[in-house]
Design a protein around this ligand. Sequence first.
Ligand code: 13P
Length: 250
Amino acid sequence: MARRKIIAGNWKMNKTPSEAVALVNELKPLVANDDVDVVFCVPAIDIIPAMQAAKGSNICIGAENMYYEESGAYTGEISPAMLVDAGVKYVVLGHSERREYFAETDETVNKKVLKAFEHGITPIICCGESLTQREQGITIDWIRMQIKIAFLNVTAEQAKTAVIAYEPIWAIGTGKTATAEQAQEVCGAIRACIAELYDEATAEAIRIQYGGSVNAKTAPELFAKPDIDGGLVGGASLKPEFGDIVNYKK
Ligand code: 13P
């Protein structure tokens, strides 16, 4: 069975609540497409207004992060129950920016992944190598390690519903998209790693996105690759161009 494409925007730290409403209203008609899952991952404070603005459309509102405890003295954090109560179905976990600036590790990503599943939220689990790692030829080893730790104690049934985002760090926000061949090579290796950890059926079901300077020009070739099931889009998700990315086939 063919996997359904999932194209997600990651707004990062952009858009105030009122700007979020305006952007959702602007993009709503442009991202209409019943053949793909469309997700806008937005700052926590934008979730509720964006959700209201997206009502009746095909846009699903997701979060950019979440904590792994249920509640308590964790000033500034957002709990899984808060996201669920707000109607959130997807959460980005382990983005390279969170790893770089906010001390996120493979271990905390794993804790968050387990928590997200416990609450019925689909994690979009990010992985990716630095330019140095690519030049050293350790990309696949590195990604396999990130995947193995992220999926510790995750069941096959849960893994089947997960989304993995392969985002080479050197391609994020640089305008330097990985070639479709480079992206396919790593996404294929990720699927093979899932097959090793679980089985073929799980590997066939899991969805793997590419992220890193995806734009309307590069999307069609990337999304045509056998192991690339869509994209996680930063900069271009804040613009009308996102509509062309979602409708990459037209
Ligand atoms: P850009 O599309 O801006 O390169 O960002 C990619 C990204 O980090 C998405 O999570």
